[in-house]
Design a protein around this ligand. Structure first.
Ligand SMILES: Nc1ncnc2c1ncn2[C@@H]1O[C@H](COP(=O)(O)OP(=O)(O)OP(=O)(O)O)[C@@H](O)[C@H]1O
Ligand SMILES: [Mg+2]
Length: 253
């Protein structure tokens, strides 16, 4: 058995026997606008404000100022948390550009992965430093999709992805990694290899049904835990994300 930590998302812990598995990696899978960044940020903010667990956001998507102002909409003051040494933001938006540059340079000489992996190594080093600095217990990487769009070769992509996830699993933090849903639709969806490597997978979907839009969340996998695997509704409002584990997404009859 392993310990669990509260996710900070009302309704979610009930679905996974009490909370997220401590010190493991959970993948948050969802389409654009599904609420992946909000859910992951809520996990960080509630962690540092209510559960005494400091956190780090590694963003491959947006810079710090933009992120801070977006999160203020939910009343989450990450700037203050940073000043109080409860939070660190790692701007990894340049990382992908560096990776592309290196990729271009390497192509001329040799077909090698080293250029790209170096920049991933640097990121992990930086992350380890910050974790020690504030004794962080929670980490978010948002989003894996940003980085791996750059790796067009599937074998290179797989190698880089595996390296990153392996490095993250050695950090000793509870880590959420967001990524994009490759295909919409529950039945036709292809499983990605990232899903096999991580401890748990939570899927967030926007479903268009009968002219209206509904949001549905599903625990696709959570090792060693009995879960509610139904697709249940969730909402996003100015307080963040709320999950309704006892409700059914589709009205019966
Ligand atoms: N105050 C709010 N009330 C209701 N919905 C909101 C509010 N703020 C944001 N949203 C919704 O949240 C969604 C964006 O959430 P978020 O940025 O977490 O998505 P994401 O999955 O990270 O998307 P992307 O793939 O583009 O990064 C949008 O669909 C938006 O409509
Ligand atoms: Mg996002």
């Amino acid at each position: 058995m392993f310990e669990t930590v509260p996710s900070g998302v009302y309704g979610l812990d009930e679905m996974i026997s009490g909370g997220l598995p401590s010190k493991r990696i959970i993948l948050i899978l969802g389409g654009p606008g599904a609420g992946k960044t909000i859910l992951a940020s809520q996990f960080l903010y509630k962690g540092l404000s209510e559960f005494n667990e400091n956190g780090i956001m590694v963003s491959l998507d947006e810079g710090k100022n933009h992120y801070f102002s977006e999160m203020n909409n939910f009343g989450w003051d990450f700037q203050k948390a940073e000043e109080e040494n409860k939070f660190r933001f790692i701007d990894a938006t340049r990382l992908s550009r560096v990776a592309i540059l290196k990729e271009k340079m390497m192509k001329e000489e040799t077909h090698s992965l080293r250029g790209k992996l170096l920049s991933i190594d640097k990121l992990v080093e930086q992350l380890q430093e910050k974790i020690q600095e504030i004794e962080a217990k929670r980490v978010v990487l948002d989003t894996l999709a940003s980085l791996f769009y750059r790796f067009t070769d599937p074998i290179e992509r797989r190698t880089a992805s595996q390296d990153l996830i392996e490095a993250l699993s050695d950090l000793g933090t509870t880590t959420l990694v967001t990524t994009e849903l490759s295909e919409l639709g529950l039945q036709t969806r292809k499983l990605t290899y990232e899903e096999f490597m991580v401890h748990g997978v939570i899927m967030m979907q926007t479903i268009f049904s009968g002219g209206s839009t509904v949001r549905g969340l599903q625990i696709v996998k959570m090792r060693g835990v009995s879960t509610n695997s139904n697709v249940v509704p969730y909402t996003i409002d100015r307080n963040g994300i709320e999950v309704y584990p006892t409700m059914s997404l589709f009205r019966e009859g």
